[in-house]
Design a protein around this ligand. Structure first.
Ligand code: ADP
Ligand code: MG
Length: 721
């Protein structure tokens, strides 16, 4: 068997299996080997009905009978019921809201159940257990547990992400067959030996055997560690390579009279924070070099990134191109939305009006230029045609151009573009940056800015090609948001307090975890608030005198913009929304936010949501309603009252609830296994240091051909693409 063989060549597949493999994107033998179990089930966990104790989570193995569906007597909640039997006794099972389960299993199905033993009127029962069909379990659990030749050898069995037709059992047997075929021998190690030794990582072959068929937990852990390290290592290699390539370019050298910069800074209507000053210093020192800067400025909403961007811009435009005595260098400043681009434009007018320097704005809806002869107090700028603007940008007369994505379209040509500032655009990456490099090999300095709170390990990985600066300090005198974790019985009091604020003219966000009513056949929790129902309820029962709008991701872009417009203009006072309001929304008069089902969000995400109400001079309030009553939930949410910034909260998320809390690695192009490495700062730092040193010593990867091939296959050129 060859690793490159198609699975269909080596296995006789049913139509169902073929379709399933297709869905999982498993094509070759190698794909199966790299399809890892998400966890291992331990048959020692299996308990007998006789020993199941009320209040505990148990795993049982046996048969289902008396399957039926009915509706709750009072609640009308649809439910499935069954009787469960193992050699020691029987126990009733109830699945609320999951009536479909009764149809998925037939009388006498052998299953493994995992769930909580509850106390009912008629004794103990198992409520809402997870259920796995025996046929999908990789081993014969019955024989292992109750049979004569109890198979003690296989205590842990792997559980894979399954799909119809491809069960854990199927995968387990497929992997076993591949192992037996000797195919593994043809698999070559690609991580340098000394790295494996240094971090005590198992070799590739051993790791593959360990990860699919571990004899014990240590084996499985060692294998997972290796593959997690490997993933971060390759991402770091790709980043280090990209960085090196970008640095091959020349950039405009930006050198300034520091007194002049200090004068510019002094004109701001506020004193820069120490963090802002430090950021500016790093940026100026980067840009004074011969090679382009690549720096990421991380800072919470309101930490003052725009002032840093403006100062960097000023430093750039005070320089002349390459030894010339006329003309000036140019800056492009890209924002994620038109509203934000326009706001930046207006801020820049304030910061630059004393300099006489022109600032341009380009968005989908038109172009503007400052200064103008026809200025008024309200509009110090004038509208100009796109063609005119492009002409002035191309001949260098407009040194600062602010805009949305329209800014980097092909038709926009700069004369001497020296600095590109990117605000909150995760997708602006290497490819786009490459396009900015001129024919003469000049690459602009890059200043990327983000308020997205992610842990340092994740930032070091996905932004491995950038230097990081953290604005970890809020401007002094800022009113902080009063944040309350509200128990369910305090709801009425909170509504009264909010009522007073609404009467005083403020506006309110209500964030719900869901868009619509849950599908009762699929969802466990009916309690979870949804936007549609909650908006109706608030209108009917709580705030009838106010206009309530809704906003969620399933609405069209146009509809969303209309609603936001209405909210901005105070035509709507209460906006009931999902977490979509996170991005690019800024309504200063909205000073209150309620977050329903707060325990369902990560701390960092809650912090970002709360950031919506920070923009005002009025006192802002955030009320977190949690459904779960546990002390742990309450403690976790309390961190929102004490943490200094979102980045600290994202670290807490990582520590408290694991990498899954970061919304999964997928949005960053990292697998679940790779995210395990993200939890471990030592591992990330090691992978990063090894990757950087490898690229530094062997930039062309001449003596690392296998690594070169893997990188060329682009598997790890993720995230920014
Ligand atoms: P960010 O882009 O990081 O969210 P902004 O740059 O928009 O933040 O700044 C938020 C607000 O804080 C703006 O009104 C800005 O004028 C103000 N600001 C910025 N820096 C300071 C500072 N050092 N002291 C006081 N106010 C500041
Ligand atoms: Mg900003």
């Amino acid at each position: 068997m060859l690793l490159t063989d198609l699975i269909s060549k080596q296995f006789r597949l049913t139509e169902l299996e073929k379709k399933g493999l297709e869905r999982l994107k498993l094509v070759t033998i190698r794909d199966i080997l790299y399809y890892f179990p998400t966890r291992y089930s331990d048959i020692r966990e299996v308990r007998l009905v006789r020993d199941a104790v009320v209040g505990e989570d148990v795993t049982l193995f046996g048969k289902l009978t008396n399957l039926k569906t009915r509706k709750g007597f009072k609640t009308k909640i649809p439910m499935a019921e069954a009787t469960f039997t193992d050699p020691s006794g029987t126990m009733p099972i109830i699945w609320f809201n999951q009536a479909y389960l009764a149809k998925m299993f037939h009388e006498g199905s052998t299953v493994k159940l995992t769930g909580k033993v509850s106390e009912g009127k008629r004794g103990a029962y198992l409520s809402n257990p997870e259920v796995e069909n025996e046929k999908s379990l990789p081993i014969d659990l019955h024989d292992s547990l109750f049979g004569e030749g109890r198979d003690a050898a296989l205590i842990q069995y792997p559980v894979y992400p399954e799909t119809r037709g491809v069960t854990s059992r199927w995968l387990y047997h497929a992997v076993s067959k591949i192992f037996k075929s000797g195919a593994l021998v043809t698999l070559d190690e690609y991580i340098p030996e000394e790295i494996l030794t240094r971090y005590k990582l198992p070799s590739l072959r051993t790791a593959l055997i360990f990860i699919h068929t571990p004899k014990n937990k240590n084996d499985a852990d060692a294998a997972r560690k290796r593959f997690a390290f490997e993933e971060v290592f390759f991402i770091q290699l790709a980043r280090a390579e990209e960085r090196r390539n970008y640095e091959q370019n020349r950039s405009y050298v930006v050198k300034n009279d520091m007194k002049d910069i200090a004068n510019f800074v002094d004109r701001f209507p506020f004193k820069h924070t120490a963090a802002q000053t430090a950021a500016i210093t790093s940026i100026l020192s980067d840009m004074a070099g011969e090679h382009p800067m690549a720096r990421l400025l991380e800072g919470d909403v309101g930490s003052g990134k725009t002032a840093v961007a403006a100062t960097a811009s000023y430093a750039v435009i005070m320089n002349r191109p390459d030894g010339k005595s006329y003309g000036n260098l140019q800056v492009a400043y890209m924002a994620p939305t038109e509203i934000l681009a326009t706001q930046h434009f207006e801020n820049f007018i304030q910061y630059f009006k004393h300099t006489g320097i022109s600032v341009g704005l380009i968005t989908g809806s038109g172009c503007r230029k400052f200064p103008t002869k026809v200025a008024s107090a309200q509009e110090p700028w004038t509208t100009i045609s796109r063609a005119q603007l492009l002409k002035w940008v191309a001949n260098g007369e407009i040194p600062i151009l602010i805009g949305t994505h329209a800014l980097i379209q092909k038709s926009v040509k700069f004369k001497h573009l020296a600095l590109v500032i990117i605000d909150e655009q995760h997708r602006f990456g290497t490819n786009q940056r490459k396009k900015l490099v001129t024919k003469e090999g000049f690459a602009p300095h890059l200043l990327s800015m983000t308020a997205t709170p992610i842990p340092r390990t994740l930032a070091l990985t996905i932004y491995g090609d950038l230097d990081l600066t953290l604005l970890d300090e809020m401007p002094a005198g800022r009113k902080s948001i009063i944040t309350e974790v509200t128990p369910p019985n305090a709801r009425k009091d909170v509504y009264e307090k909010i009522s007073a604020e609404l009467k005083a003219g403020r506006q309110l966000y209500v964030i719900c975890p869901r868009i619509d009513e849950p599908d009762p056949d699929k969802e466990l929790s009916l309690e979870m608030k949804n936007v549609t129902t909650e908006a109706k309820r608030l209108k009917k029962e709580v705030f009838p005198e106010y206009e309530i709008g809704i906003l969620h991701s399933k609405m069209s872009k146009q509809k969303k913009e209309e609603v936001m417009e209405d909210f901005s203009n105070n035509a709507i006072q209460i906006l009931c929304a999902t977490s979509v309001v996170e991005v690019g929304v800024n309504v200063p008069n909205a000073t209150i936010i309620i977050i329903e089902g707060a325990e369902r969000f990560g701390l960092a995400q809650l912090h970002q949501l709360r950031g919506r109400v920070i923009r005002s001079t009025h006192q802002a309030y955030c009320y977190l309603f949690a459904e779960a009553k546990s002390q742990k939930t309450a403690d976790r949410l309390k961190a929102l009252k004490t943490a200094k910034n979102g980045f600290e909260l994202s670290e807490l998320d990582l520590g408290l609830r694991g990498a899954g809390e970061l919304g999964g690695g997928k949005q960053w192009g990292i697998t679940d296994l790779g995210m395990e490495a993200i939890k471990n700062i030592k591992m990330v730092e090691a992978a990063r240091a090894e990757a950087q040193s490898l690229i530094a010593h062997d930039p062309e990867l001449a003596s690392h051909q296998k690594i070169k091939t893997i990188l060329e296959n682009k598997k790890y050129k993720i995230h920014f693409e």
